[in-house]
Design a protein around this ligand. Sequence first.
Ligand code: SF4
Length: 482
Amino acid sequence: MNIFLKGHEYRYAAEQALMSFFPDQRPEYPDGAEPEGNCVILSLDGARAAAELRLDGRTARGEAEADGPVPENGTERDRLLQKLVKLAFFRAAVELRGSAPPWGALTGVRPVKLAAKYMRQTGLGPAETAEYMSEEYCVSPGRAELCARAAEYSLKADAELEEKDVLLYVGIPFCPSRCSYCSFVSSSVERSLALIGDYVEALLREISAAGRLAAKYGMNVAAVYFGGGTPTTLSPESLDRLMGELADAFDLSRCREYTVEAGRPDTVTEEKLETLRRRGAGRISINPQTMNDRVLAAIGRRHTAGDVLTAFALAREHFLGDINMDLIAGLPGDGPDSFRRSLDTVLGLGPENVTVHTLTMKRSSRLSAEGGGIPEGEAAAEMLGYAYSVLPSAGFSPYYLYRQKFSVGGFENTGWCLRGHESLYNIGMMEELRSVIALGAGGATKLVHPGSGKIDRVFNKKYPYEYIASSGCVPELEKLLG
Ligand code: SF4
């Protein structure tokens, strides 16, 4: 869609708003042309923003005005003016479409950050914060409440974390097969599995170097998270070596949480579970995504719902820590009834955490290329509606959430926990409460500077073959710290 900006250059705000309402449209900025055809004109005049949206012969307008004075300059000024531009766009789009997206005019990945900031500044509770989110950003009451409740967990985690605490992520980008919606692991799973040996050696080196760096700068590891990919794709021996090296390299005496994702049930064995437990892991993830065998086959998971039940029983017997289970609303071929059955089955197992994702159409996924059978936004809304009513009744609270681009219906991913079983890593990482040191291929290290909120980033090479030949994040990190 053509975008015309008048009186400002807030392209990012315009594009985020465009993506919320029209995710299949790409932004274009025609140089010097007069607006015609499908387009949006976004104007800013002092403290007043206006949007004119023209689509398929129809035109709608929206406006937004600041309540108080606009700061002369700086980040706060930009933030306020961008908010006005997005609100004006939002109002025009709602008028044209006759319905509002669940997150209103909020476009960011981390809405909980905003709610937590408001709570911190005002000292108000979740009910007032939810009201603020609805009034200021037109967030639906249900989403505003979800967000405010998760913000309480964010404030609690922030208060419990110490200044020198960091979160440690170790990436294992291997899986037994590639899910059709996945954009994380390389498309040739078989070829990449041949690199596991060299990958483990490279990761051992990076763990060791990062441990020395942490000791030098007095960092304290508050939580460890092995993610991926599926870390339990590795052999028990490789897991043992990596976790052993991590325990030698870092002082884990004040580590409060240790998670290893065992997402694919077809990778879970008694020996691996006992290795994880012996090496100090206290939380794992066994992720069905759905308990419908037909849907599992359609998304390329190569395991059955029965395998999930077996893996869960094995974990209860040999692991003893917390178990998280992921489900996805909106999978191809799935529907509200089938989703309901999946969630009921999962809850019947009694996990400590349940994470409900919404399918996202990642551009590099097979599903994006092939399409087909994706439920409409309304069906995904029905699935989430069921989850959000049944989970609280089963004693779960929403403790962290985030949004992703191109999610079905513009919905979110939400982690739910039984009381006292929230994941510190998930909260701290998503809310950017402390630095995350991310080791392994695709690792995105974030150095959070408390106070200013400034974040420096260091990115590891994405693919295993590139990572193996690289020196990891530590040299770059050392420059930033030094
Ligand atoms: S298990 Fe996760 S990381 Fe592995 S292929 Fe499936 S979606 Fe991708």
